[in-house]
Design a protein around this ligand. Structure first.
Ligand SMILES: *Cc1c(COP(=O)(O)O)cnc(C)c1O
Length: 482
């Protein structure tokens, strides 16, 4: 963001854009919100968007698009083979990452499917700074296994470390030595490490990882889905990068990687998936899977209109004013929550704001799903929808035993360029009230628990009548206010 000082002693995040297309949102009355969350089985994934006021579930496919992206969609070329749209997107990717070859796929997990199919053999390891749900699943599906090499500081919910997404270099060297480089399919670095709070890696760390991979002949794969936030943090937090442009940093990352892939539902602010590489050998290994699983090589399952929007979105990602919006709004929200003593993951990262539900609801055991209960309670008092990232998001093992998650987080995603300061302050206000009344929030238990991906469509119920009591107290304090 441009350096803008205020006359009074406080600074607010500033939007470097204005709204020209808007979507009306509804704030239901509190009683209706309670009904809606009950109907949804206390699972925010099952709420209807009509009943949601501020949708902070995810940043996937819901970032605001620019006027230029919308305009570009009109020139989409539907030709099956040789489509001009393909070449425009290819050129945008080459300019951004400096990589010659581009393969299209329908979204991020499809890229992971293709990369794992091409590179992972049974029994092989994939080393990562940290896993993402779908990236791990595709490695395991091919018979491989995942090891995480995040620094200890990365798992510390309240740290001053500016790059919690870094790989522990000693652990990396040690694992390569113990496993043997032949048994390692690839090393995967995730930008803006999603599941630990949108935390970045540094360019310095990435350079070290790349060097080690090269000398051991192991491909380095960059998951760039959340790269825009990570680029902002490299630029603003890393001394050696202060004078580099965003594109220079991105080109450097491209030069250090063997494969870059991303979900264009996040990076590029449209909907799709991209794999790129400079290696003809790797390109050829992956190429055949695209027409088999995704679609012809010119679109890979994406709509050509989306591809046009991605091309423009990627170009816009090289603009600091565009990519700083998310992190600056998140930092503002984190600061406001800290002022009120509300437990939140620090330092502020990308993607969203992550509340520490285990600390917020100290009285609840993890087996009663504090992060899920907090998500439901927040919806009842505000109509804002977050995402549980805790034990509900885990899967039972083959004996039916439920592993407790490392962290119980309530993630409040801030899709890019969507919300205003008043939206954020409204959620902060309701969270402050909830924190003061946290003893009213009780636990959850399953009523319908699917065997796979239970967090997406499983249903829970409240233990006791705490949601009704919560509503009663809310109405006592807020009267007839929504
Ligand atoms: C969202 C995401 C993916 C998967 O992308 P989809 O488009 O949702 O399939 C992979 N990696 C990271 C880091 C993500 O955030």
């Amino acid at each position: 963001m441009k350096n803008i000082k205020w006359m009074f002693n406080e600074s607010l995040p500033m939007e470097m854009h204005k709204a020209r297309i808007v979507q009306k949102i509804n704030l239901l009355e509190p009683k209706k919100r309670l009904e809606a969350i009950k109907e949804a089985g206390f699972n925010t994934f099952l709420l209807k968007n009509h009943d949601v006021f501020l949708d902070m579930l995810t940043d996937s496919g819901v970032n605001a698009m620019s006027d230029k992206q919308q305009a570009a969609m009109l020139q989409a070329d539907d030709s099956y083979a040789g489509s001009e749209t393909f070449f425009r997107l290819e050129a945008a990717i080459q300019k951004m990452f400096g990589m010659k070859f581009f393969l299209p796929a329908h979204q991020g997990r499809a890229c992971e499917h293709i990369i794992s199919k091409a590179l992972v053999n049974k029994g092989e390891a994939v080393l990562m700074n940290y896993h993402f749900t779908t990236s791990k699943a595709h490695v395991v599906l091919e018979g491989g296994f995942v090891e995480e090499l995040i620094t200890d500081e990365g798992l510390n919910l309240n740290s001053t470390c500016q790059f919690k997404g870094n790989v522990d270099i000693d652990k990396l060297k040690d694992r390569i030595e113990k496993l043997g480089s032949k048994n390692i399919a690839f090393v995967r670095m995730e930008a803006g490490t999603n599941l630990i709070g949108g935390q970045p890696f540094s360019l310095e760390n990435f350079e070290k990882v790349s060097k080690i991979c090269k000398s051991n002949d192991i491909p380095l794969v960059l998951d760039a889905s959340l790269l825009s936030d990570n680029l902002h943090f490299i630029k603003t937090r890393e001394e050696n990068c202060k004078n580099m442009s965003i594109n220079e940093i991105t080109l450097k990352l491209g030069a250090l990687s063997d494969i870059v892939y991303f979900s264009a539902r996040k990076l590029g602010s449209a909907r799709g998936g991209v794999i790129c590489t400079s290696s003809e050998n790797l390109f050829k290994k992956m190429q055949g899977f695209i027409p088999l699983f995704e679609g012809f090589l010119t679109y890979g399952g994406m709509s050509v209109r989306e591809m046009e929007a991605i091309a423009v979105g990627l170009e816009e990602t090289m603009d600091e004013d565009v990519i700083s919006q998310g992190p600056i709004f998140i930092e503002f929200m984190v600061k406001e929550l800290l002022k009120r003593g509300i437990p939140v993951v620090t330092p502020a990262g990308g993607l969203g704001c992550h509340l520490n539900a285990m600390k917020f609801l100290e009285h609840l055991p993890q087996t009663e799903y504090p992060a899920g209960a907090l998500a439901a309670a927040l919806f009842i008092v505000s109509g804002a929808r977050g995402m549980e990232r805790g034990t509900i998001s885990e899967q039972r093992d083959e004996n039916g035993v439920e592993p407790l998650a490392n962290m119980e987080l309530l993630r409040l995603a801030l899709p890019r360029r969507v919300f205003t300061v008043s939206h954020i302050m409204f959620v902060v206000d309701r969270l402050e009230w909830l924190f003061k009344n946290r003893h009213l929030i009780g636990g959850l238990e399953w009523s319908e628990e699917p065997e796979i991906l239970r967090f997406f469509f499983g249903k829970l119920k409240a233990k006791g009548d705490w949601p009704e009591k919560l509503l009663e107290n809310f109405e006592k304090d807020f009267g007839d206010s929504l």
